[in-house]
Design a binder for this molecule. Structure first.
Ligand code: PAF
Length: 281
């Protein structure tokens, strides 16, 4: 495995892989890698011959009051995990390499970007779509891999790729969970033991919504109420939203549609967590 910091070195490595007839997979990350990220690498290894992991804590997707400065950056550990997972190349640029100009162009995807996470973190998705398109243009992958855990993010990235004719394919891989149901996230390291217990309310309430719509045949409106009733037992969870939406448009639904997604976000202690579950009827 090689690690490069500059765009020139990245392009040299990717070009020689291509010349050798390999197709390129890309797993964009902000580091602090966990088994969820490794599952993306494994998916990339199955479908592509040369796997590039990018590790870059992207400042433009953090609001000024968010956790940019304390975001975990265990680079040694990340590189060891990548090596063990069979990654071919790690691209770990610094902020000046990625953002040389303060007044640079950006990418905004209007569809699905102003609700849910977009409503609670107004500049977040502009930062995400901008960095993801920049990373795509730097790496030039054939296929890029994202986690379902960031459901709205992967949907926006799909819209961006379609709208701007970006010549690659997107794969969305299932959320990886701890044995008790907590969705893996780099931010879980912030949770104290009691907060971690309270955080289980998120995945539990998603499962309640899922089972209410599928096994019990309840309407999304009733399933959402069941979620809220469960969450009411956890005063430590400060909810931002808990909704059941159309999986393609993210519009909230009161009556069932074939592909839905239950989405939840809230703060547990000082840590903001998100999670979601697909509901197919
Ligand atoms: O999901 C993430 O880790 C980030 O939002 C991403 C896609 C790497 C962009 O910084």
């Amino acid at each position: 495995m090689k690690t490069v910091q500059t765009i020139d070195d990245l392009r040299t490595q990717v070009r020689s892989a291509r010349v050798a007839g390999k197709n390129i997979g890309c797993v964009p990350t902000m580091g602090a890698l966990h088994d969820g990220h490794i599952s993306l690498v494994e998916a990339a290894r199955k479908e592509t011959d040369f796997v590039v992991v990018t590790i870059f804590v992207n400042p433009t997707q953090f609001a000024p009051h968010e956790d940019l400065s304390k975001y975990p950056r265990p680079l040694e550990d990340d590189l060891r995990r990548c090596e063990n997972a069979g990654v071919d190349l790690v691209f770990n640029p610094d902020a000046d390499t990625v953002y040389p100009a303060d007044d640079a162009a950006f990418v905004e995807v209007p569809r699905c970007s102003t609700t849910l996470e977009g409503a609670h973190r107004p500049s977040h998705f502009r930062g995400v779509t901008t960095i993801v398109l920049k990373l795509f243009n730097m790496v030039l992958p054939d296929i890029a891999f994202f986690g379902q855990k960031d459901y709205q993010q992967q949907l926006l990235i799909r819209h961006m790729v379609d709208d701007l004719n970006v010549p690659l394919e997107i794969r969305t891989c299932p959320t990886v969970r701890e044995s008790d149901g907590l969705a893996m996230s780099s931010r879980n390291t912030y949770l104290s033991d009691p907060d971690r217990q309270s955080a289980l309310a998120l995945s539990q309430s998603l499962k309640i919504a899922h089972d209410a719509c599928t096994a019990d045949g309840k309407s999304p409106a009733d399933a959402r109420q069941a979620m809220l009733d469960h969450l009411a037992q956890f005063p430590d969870v400060k909810l931002d939203y808990a909704v059941i939406a159309d999986a393609n448009t993210l519009s909230e639904v009161a009556d069932a549609v074939p592909q839905m997604v239950a989405l939840i976000a809230g703060k547990v202690g000082s840590t903001r967590l998100i999670d979601n579950m697909l509901i197919t009827i």
